[in-house]
Design a protein around this ligand. Structure first.
Ligand code: CAO
Length: 475
């Protein structure tokens, strides 16, 4: 302390090799009373965040740091009027002042005011198990019960993942707060400066869990164990970049959107690509066109693909299973209903052709045509879209060379079909023009391994190439 003025300077402690460390929070303002160890600012380097505590008690006279600025070891951080210091010494010089060593002497620089602050702390250890969770608010610990937070909510939280917790973008006081609440910071989206996690974010996360919003520990859909919450995409104010309009999603889009999302995040998808030579299949289809028309059926490639899929599913029954909710068993279906994705003005729907294994190619084509018409007219009944075992998504009538379809859970695989094209294929010592159909099979890797998926698409390609066998009668 400067005995003449009663002022104490607090400086930035030794920061080691860190230079120009960002100030991401200024925690006090002039007039605030602080004690030894009261955090004054939060600094953040590339690797760590730390609160810099006061080294003296008193009232803040001036803060020399600004949020968004930088600091280095030894920089002046704050000036305090020390406790017990009255008016400035100049106005009321102390009797001993004459005897005091000059301010520039080594003795003066060793005075308490210049004592270096303690080194930055590592993330504090969690509180003892018996300690009731509490929130640090303005330096005071407030029991969570006073905040209306039942302590049993911890059952809903996934255990803290330490590496993820330590990587989280949060200051020490937020880390401490999160530990007190048992919150895994790795799951919390930050909305502070530079997306830093704030106390409010932690509170919002707890509220979300209490409201049943976050994934709970225990079995989830598909039999998986506890999973961390998904990081959220922060909302954007688009108006700042240009004019916008709000367009509601259709009811079908809203329903299918959340189902697709659930499938995408719950199922480990892998997509196997292959191609089938359908040169003969197309010749056959063209030759049957009149006969089919006379029977009132449009024989599109999809009917052949369906028939080939039935054969592949019979050959590889693993593809006609569902993972039991306990995650330890497979439900093996003894029936075969095939779904197909249909593009309608209102969005994507998946009608189901029942007992596809008991239908020949014409019956399949008829069911396909009827259901596709109903889908486009918005006339599908709920029963028309239930009970599917495996889905085909054909974009062949539109275009594209390959895609990665999302599995229609609880099914375990989906076949994507893209547009066929005539390509030069090397065969028996020369190039020949062949009509090639791209296949994209997405599968649930918990149920199907890569070798089986490759066998499935190889079998399917072979079956499509041998098109005549697809015309056989089905008993
Ligand atoms: N390669 C080349 N041409 C193809 C083809 C392929 N793989 N598949 C179909 N075609 C052709 C058909 O032969 C038909 O041509 P012709 O009239 O000259 O015979 C034309 O494309 C249109 O076929 P279609 O679409 O009427 O009939 P379909 O049985 O092939 O498909 C249906 C029916 C309902 C699946 C389709 O209309 C549809 O909605 N597809 C979109 C599916 C979709 O959106 N999937 C994505 C889901 S994820 O967002």
């Amino acid at each position: 302390m400067n005995a003449a003025t009663g002022l104490v300077e607090v400086r930035v402690p030794d920061l080691g090799n860190f230079k120009d460390v960002a100030v991401i929070e200024v925690l006090v303002k002039p007039g605030d009373s602080v004690g030894v160890d009261t955090p004054l600012v939060t600094l953040e380097s590339d690797k760590a965040a730390m609160d810099v505590p006061s080294t003296a008690s008193g009232v803040i006279e001036k803060i020399h740091a600004t949020k968004g600025g930088t600091l280095n070891s030894g920089d002046l951080l704050a000036t305090l009027r020390a406790d017990g210091a009255g008016a400035p010494a100049a106005a009321a010089p102390a009797p001993a002042a004459a005897a005091a060593p000059p301010a520039t002497s080594p003795a003066a620089s060793a005075a308490p005011a210049a004592r270096p602050a303690p080194p930055p702390q590592a993330a504090p250890a969690p509180p003892p198990a018996a300690a009731p969770p509490a929130e640090r608010s303005g330096g005071k610990l407030v029991p969570l019960s006073q905040l209306g937070v039942p302590t049993s909510y911890r059952q809903d939280l996934a255990p803290i993942d330490e590496p993820g917790f330590s990587r989280a973008h949060a200051g020490p006081s937020v880390r401490r707060f999160a530990r007190e609440l048992g919150v895994n910071l790795a799951q919390v989206a930050g909305h502070g400066f530079k997306d830093r996690i704030t106390h409010e974010d932690v509170k919002a996360f707890v509220k979300h869990v209490l409201g049943g919003g976050a994934p709970a520990a225990g079995a989830a859909a598909g039999g998986a164990a506890a999973r961390p919450a998904l990081p959220e995409v922060p909302p954007v104010d688009f108006a700042q970049f240009g004019p916008t309009a709000l367009e509601p999603l259709s009811r079908i889009q809203r329903i299918s959107g959340s189902r697709l999302h659930a499938s995408w995040v719950n199922i480990p998808h892998v997509t196997q690509f292959d191609e089938a030579d359908i040169t003969e299949l197309e010749q056959l289809r063209a030759s049957l066109k009149d006969k089919a028309q006379a029977a009132g059926v449009k024989l599109t490639p999809l009917a052949f693909i369906m028939r080939a899929c039935v054969k592949a599913l019979q050959e590889f029954p693993r593809f006609n299973t569902a993972l039991a909710p306990d995650g330890a068993n497979l439900i093996v279906r003894k029936y075969l209903h095939l779904g197909f994705a249909a593009d309608t003005p209102n969005g994507l729907v998946v009608p189901v052709v029942r007992d596809a294994d008991r239908k020949d190619i014409y019956a399949l084509a008829r069911a396909l045509g009827t259901l596709a018409d109903k889908a486009r007219q918005g006339k599908l009944a709920p029963a028309d879209m239930q009970g599917g075992c495996f889905t085909i998504s054909s974009l062949g009538g539109i275009g594209g060379t390959a895609f990665t379809p999302i599995i229609n859970a609880p099914e375990v695989a989906i076949l994507g079909v893209s547009r066929s094209s005539m390509r030069p294929i090397y065969k028996e010592g020369g190039f020949v023009p062949r009509l090639m159909l791209p296949l994209s099979l997405s599968y649930d890797h918990r149920v199907i391994d890569g070798a089986m998926a490759a066998r499935f698409t190889t079998f399917l390609a072979h079956t499509l190439a041998e098109a005549r066998a697809l015309l056989e009668a089905v008993l």
